[in-house]
Design a protein around this ligand. Structure first.
Ligand code: AMP
Length: 480
């Protein structure tokens, strides 16, 4: 059992840092045994920091702004207390009238909506509450039937929900709790007008929870409009948890990036490390091209981007989860919200234009205190983007020289990687042994500078995190 200090913000927003040391377990939240049973079945014993901080407030009926990303356990942080709060309405009656929508969760993407609904279905499995999900890009019929039957917890993407409201299939007049999940991304994706229309249909007498990776001025404005004296809870950002992620930058010309990826994966094979990775690209076209090119290089790759249908995305994601695909090439929006636990490696094929997206990207690894590698392939023309990222992270990234790879200048970048034979002919034996050797991560081996930089950042930005370090606390995380 771990001792933690729950640093819970008071409704006035002042962190209570003098709280005595206590041991928090799920049993301490006073959740109904039916919920507690479902939580135990998931294998969770210790709440994550965002759960430890949020659940008591949500149970108390307070509006809440939570700064947390996917991977921190934020879904259970709102789903569990929501189930507790609406459990009094649970009914075994088959009548749809006895199952109105009581809690509404809005998400930016279909993938996130599905994940939240799976969580909701899991945690409410021993109760008579019903959970369902509606999202666009698929036929309405099945969703209409589910909504007509009645559902207490509805998870939806905004556009499709408005379609159902328009055809009078969904009614929000009995909603008691509204959750805006990944609110920053919903705004980025232009959902603000849809959100406004939806929120105006929900009774003013409600509890509103807003989760966002960042609290930009736009998010604060949204919160001012729709939340009442919210309490703010924050957990350490992914970049502050740098001691579990080994970050490396390689300066590589655009033309050499694909070969660099091949070498990275070959190197991991030699070291007995997993080759499962997510590779980020900035454009849909670049994403599709890179995936095809990697396949030609013998890497089991799949692309996930906005031009893919829901069915295609699901197939690719399933193949990735099963290991049939080892490199998932993705754009930021498509990858948003994907729940891929224990991702050992994230590769930035190019740096994102928005520095915050870099943090989202590398947040795919080193989750829940596990170890991960994040590699950025940076072309000289991306130097300014690298500066922006380092400024945001308040630390310099470790630039390591690109090992000497033989790439015939006449070969196009999408051609096969050179064979080991052609390679050995041109470089020294020591480099041949492993041209892309990455020291496997060792806990505590993170350079002092990055660890202290992360700490000082935590202090500067006033991040409230449970103690001890997130990684230690989540040591008991259930691995999927
Ligand atoms: P989320 O940030 O909600 O997407 O959750 C990230 C992952 O952590 C999911 O796979 C959850 O099933 C898992 N998880 C959530 N809460 C806990 C917990 N208290 N202990 C262990 N695993 C958890």
């Amino acid at each position: 059992m771990t001792n933690i200090v729950p640093e819970i913000n008071t409704p006035t927003g002042v962190a209570n840092t003098t709280a005595p040391e206590v041991t928090i377990t799920f049993a301490d939240f006073g959740l109904d045994p039916l919920i507690q049973k479902a939580v135990s079945e998931q294998g969770y014993t210790i709440p994550t920091p965002i759960q430890a901080q949020s659940i008591p407030h949500v149970l108390a009926g307070t509006d809440l702004m939570g700064a947390a990303q996917t991977g921190t356990g934020k879904t259970a942080a709102f789903v569990l207390p929501i189930i507790q709060k609406i459990l009094r309405h649970a009914s075994s009656s088959a009548s749809p009238a006895r199952h109105p929508i009581r809690a509404l969760v809005l998400t930016p993407t279909r993938e996130l909506a599905v994940q939240v609904s799976e969580n909701a279905a899991n945690y409410s499995r021993h109760t008579d509450l019903r959970a369902a999900v509606v999202y666009g890009g698929v036929d309405m019929k099945e969703q209409v039937a589910i909504l007509r039957n009645g559902v207490e917890i509805l998870i939806a993407t905004p556009g499709r929900l408005l379609d159902h409201i328009g055809s009078k299939v969904a009614n929000l007049s009995q909603v008691e709790i509204l959750v805006l999940d990944e609110a920053d991304r919903m705004l980025d994706m232009g959902f603000l007008p849809d959100l406004q229309r939806i929120i105006n249909l929900i009774p003013a007498q409600r509890q509103t929870l807003l989760f966002s990776a960042t609290f930009s001025p736009e998010i604060k404005k949204l919160a001012q409009s729709y939340l009442r004296t919210p309490v703010t809870v924050e957990v350490a950002r992914q970049n502050a948890a740098a001691d579990t992620v080994k970050q490396v930058v390689h300066m590589v010309s655009s033309a050499d990036k694909q070969n660099a990826i091949v070498k990275v994966l070959e190197s991991r094979t030699r070291q007995g490390l997993s080759r499962q990775c997510i590779i980020f690209t900035n454009s849909r076209l670049g994403c599709a091209r890179l995936s095809r090119a990697l396949e030609r290089d013998g890497i089991k790759a799949g692309a996930i981007h906005g031009d893919k249908s829901q069915g295609e995305r699901t197939l690719t994601l399933d193949a990735f989860k099963s290991g049939a695909i080892e490199a998932l090439v993705a754009t930021d929006v498509a990858a948003r919200g994907l729940d891929i636990p224990d991702m050992p490696l994230v590769i930035n094929h190019e740096l994102p234009f928005n520095a915050e997206d870099f943090i989202h990207r590398i947040g795919r690894t080193g989750r829940a205190g596990s170890k991960g590698d994040a590699i950025a392939l940076v072309d000289g023309s991306e130097k300014r983007l690298l500066d922006d990222i380092e400024k945001l992270m308040k630390r310099k990234l470790d630039v390591q020289p690109l090992p000497d790879i033989y790439i015939p200048s006449s070969k196009p970048s999408s051609s096969r990687a050179p064979s080991e034979k052609s390679y050995t002919a041109r470089v020294s034996p020591s480099k041949v042994a492993d041209p892309f050797f990455y020291m496997p991560y060792e806990a505590g081996a993170a350079p002092q500078s990055s660890a202290s930089a992360a700490k000082s950042e935590e202090k500067k930005v006033g991040i409230v995190s449970a103690k001890p370090a997130v990684g230690a606390l989540l040591g008991g995380f259930k691995k999927k």
